[in-house]
Ligand binder design. Sequence first.
Ligand code: SF4
Ligand code: SF4
Length: 467
Amino acid sequence: MTPSGLPLYNPEADLSLFSNPAFRPTGLQRLGLVGVAVGVAACVVALASGLGAAHPLAFGVTALLGLGGGGVLYALGGLAHPAGVRTEGTMVSSNEARGAVGWAIGLALTGLYVVLYFWPAGLAGLIPLADPLSRLLRDQPATLDNGGQWFLYTTLYTLAVAVMGVRALVRYRHSRYHQLRTLSVVFFQTVIAFALPFFLVAIQQPELYLHYTWPLDYDLFFPWKIAELRAEGTLGVAMLIWGVVMIAVVTPVLTFFFGKRWYCSWVCGCGGLAETAGDPYRHLADTSTAAWKVERWMVHGILAVITAATVLLGVAAVAEVGWLDAVAGTVGWIYGLLIGSIFAGVVGVGFYPIFGTRMWCRFGCPMAAILGLQQRFFSRFRITTNGGQCISCGQCSAYCEMGIDVKAYAQRGQNIVRASCVGCGICATVCPRGVLRLENGADTSGASRAGVPVNNLILDLDILPDA
Ligand code: SF4
Ligand code: SF4
């Protein structure tokens, strides 16, 4: 025991969930953990025994209620703790500091993604658990033949965002900004990415995801996808037009006024999972300069590859050049496998407890690359710093999920205008001195982006709306 009464951290007790001396679950939280354990047990038994196929309703309800209900109870137990980022014990937690628990969760998640993408038959015992919900929502059973594994996956993904969204609402109950953006990502995941597409399937319409567009939906403008959407009739064509409007009009306009956060921290499903389920791991991002250099080359390189593949496929289709179609098609296929499946899923989510929550957003997402370029060169969004108040504690840099060295800017009193910043606002929340502030107002001094040609042009033309 320390003089303050906290038990000393014992690395040999690393396998214990409670190895973090500051982690003291309340009674409600312990009850919640029991519920989660029951949900996990139902999944494991169904997977190993095949009993889920014989009793889909019993196993499905037990699994979803255990995971969902238990998770919500655990989250509500957090009301007994103070609001805000809990920094005590984070760096010695087995779960949150790459200890044995963190590695075990990471390997389990990665294994599940590998099976999902490359050996879905391995999930045959688990898919029936989603069958009752599948019949209710999309009016068809959940089987391997009709992509039942993807319905199961989307259900669990949505459950994770919703349950951990409750945790975020409890944890950040002192901040209106975090409350609103949490409600927003939960809404977009549960309604726009889950209920709506499956309802459309139930009424024999195409399964549409209104919040995704190219390049995140990387094959949206591939010739065969365009043909497929056109064949689906009015809704398919409308989706195609919406995709063009979203990337060409909605994205630049909203990014100009709000920065890339409008998408990355308020709408996107990947960002939604990172901001909710990934919240305990946000401090694990690599903050080194080397990581920053790799990040810039990778994310923009991936954008270049998918842009080239899309353009070349279009040219090949119009000009009917067979070899070009074959080459670009192969590039598109490799992109789908390496980037769309392995990077976005297996590494991006599977390694949350090892590399932090925004691996995909930072190093791989082509949508983030476009939004970042717009944010860096053509947006009013910036984080202003009151350098005189900074005590160089480094909390802001430690909890930045994008690995930005926020402290370095704060010490210099310099505005933060970084392409990678997703505007989560945690740096401002965790700062004990109120140094940081996320702002959208017109920066008529031009100080935020001094020297950026397009910014100088805007100032010269005097076309900025008032703040
Ligand atoms: S700089 Fe702040 S707002 Fe931007 S990603 Fe990092 S923590 Fe979030
Ligand atoms: S958290 Fe605040 S006080 Fe600490 S280094 Fe960052 S800006 Fe400075």
